[in-house]
Design a protein around this ligand. Sequence first.
Ligand SMILES: C[S@@+](CC[C@H](N)C(=O)[O-])C[C@H]1O[C@@H](n2cnc3c(N)ncnc32)[C@H](O)[C@@H]1O
Length: 201
Amino acid sequence: MTDETAAAGAAYPGNRDPREMPTSFGFRTVREGEKQGMVNDVFHKVATRYDIMNDLMSGGLHRLWKDAMVSVLAPPHTPGRDWRVLDVAGGTGDIATRIVERSGREVEAVVLDINGSMLSVGQDRADKAGLSPFITFTQGNAEVLPFPDKTFDAYTIAFGIRNVPDIPKALREAHRVLKRGGRFLCLEFSEVEMPMLDKVY
Ligand SMILES: C[S@@+](CC[C@H](N)C(=O)[O-])C[C@H]1O[C@@H](n2cnc3c(N)ncnc32)[C@H](O)[C@@H]1O
């Protein structure tokens, strides 16, 4: 890189190395290249306590939000129908479990997460609940999905998209792996604009 191209890169954000671009991590701004490692550290540390932390931190509300997401998805109950959902950043398999149970164990779910610790807690949970034949746990990155084009009838991501450093890339991957007419559902926190309530939130 010459001095000129370096200067041009600095002047035009679109030319900058994306790993140098700022992105959010909790309430902090970090370089995009740093974010994934920091996110991974957090979830490795909390994996075995993640489910209980969710209950404590949301006062159990995360269960209602997740149930609402699965109601909107309305997975089919039709026996023998080949219907597959990919739950990205699926962690310990909370969403996949709900989807499979809601369908009367008639659909197949793939949980994809970048973090092996979260997945292994999920795999244990699925084994204990007798759900292993219906849920597959796969380690991978939302930005580079290890699946062929047009593989899934639905793509879900709950409280996960904010953790992905390059969100447009993850969305392109979602589009690629969805079948024609497939459904994309994203559950995520929004910002509360009401004074006082925003602090509580
Ligand atoms: C807040 S947890 C959500 C887990 C689950 N969806 C739920 O609602 O209980 C966020 C998850 O995103 C995963 N994650 C972070 N970056 C990722 C990436 N680039 N690709 C796939 N998963 C990622 C983390 O490992 C973590 O398990």
